[in-house]
Design a protein around this ligand. Sequence first.
Ligand code: NI
Length: 166
Amino acid sequence: MAILEIKTFPDPVLREIAKPVDEITEDIKRLAEDMIETMRLAKGAGLAANQVGIPIRLIVIEIAEKKGDRAIAIINPELIHTESEEVSEEGCLSVPGFYEFIKRAKKVRVKGIKIEVSKVEIECEGYPARAFQHEIDHLNGRLFIDYLSPVKKEIFKKKYLKQKNR
Ligand code: NI
């Protein structure tokens, strides 16, 4: 296993639309393991392959409330159902040091292929539901900061870029 470099905003790979994965090869399995290790070291709740510079549709998520408890790797994840809304604080390993309150669905059903198992549909709410939405956004080149109001976006740009150039 290896620790991967996490790309940070404004790296263009974070804006790429990730490509579907056709086959679970040994390389894909190894990448998923490395992503889980990288996510845990960085104390994240999830990680998308774009964030380690590989724009393919693969995400890893901590599915249990307690971090480091149970991580799963899913290829070609799709949100097939979303229900009710909830505003909660969110951050991103690719936008370090910045957190904001974002409105997302409270409950989701996600379809995809779980590595080493088979097709899955996962229904969850709260914390993992938010992580799924956040990571699937990454595969579509979308970041949580895109949900900010124009005013908050300006504040983010000033704060974040200032901190980054320090
Ligand atoms: Ni993120």
